[in-house]
Design a protein. Sequence first.
Length: 260
Amino acid sequence: MKKYANAQSVKSFYYTQTATMSGSSLNPITTNTKKSSGNTNMPEDEGMPGGIKMGDFSVIGASSDSAMTDFVNGTSSITSGQMFSEGTTERECVISEELASYNSVSLGGTINLVNPNKTDQVYTFKVVGIYKNTQSASSSGNFMGGFSSALDPANTIYTSYNALTGVVNESKSKETVTTTNGRQSSDAIEGETEGIYSFASISDFEKFEDEAKQMGLSDTYTVTSPDIETFEESMQPLENLSNFALYFLMIILLSLIHIC
């Protein structure tokens, strides 16, 4: 992904890595937090093929402040402490007000995150900031047909990309791979990386696909932008109104000409 960020049409590039982890003495926010058991493992009927479990928390490692779009667009904001330093390898994080309150975690304290598939793998993070999220704090999500507390915004934990990468790599070095029905699965913490390119104009975006293919992007890939698609969809009613107004104006002008 970084390779194509060098295209002349690209204004900036940032990326995130997301992994799900559970907690040691850290309970997730659920639709009914009074029933939260604090168990670091998910129910047996939840998880992915091969018996791999999904953690209770979404841990997002950001390459820069710009990569944390919820903070950029105002959905989330720091209410206590500060954001961790860009690019740091230190295991520092920011957590939601709901999560901090529910677990009595104070600014400057620590939380222990656990590999949900190997609970002896514990990673300690220092809480350097607490944030408020305007989304529903107890909204439920579905994962493979079951409830996943990791999809609740209140259970999102932010850290730096480098810090999370260190955790993922350390877990990978200790992985055990099993084969079930011909399919291999790993018990290591898996990180999913997403890159975001920003452009100064729509014309720059339209140039990007050609530039990327010249730089080696396979023709099997299609470059799309949800933001532009949403913008174009929102503009369609205005275009229809504009066409109607023009048609109405033409009718008025023709009527005036006929009267004259």
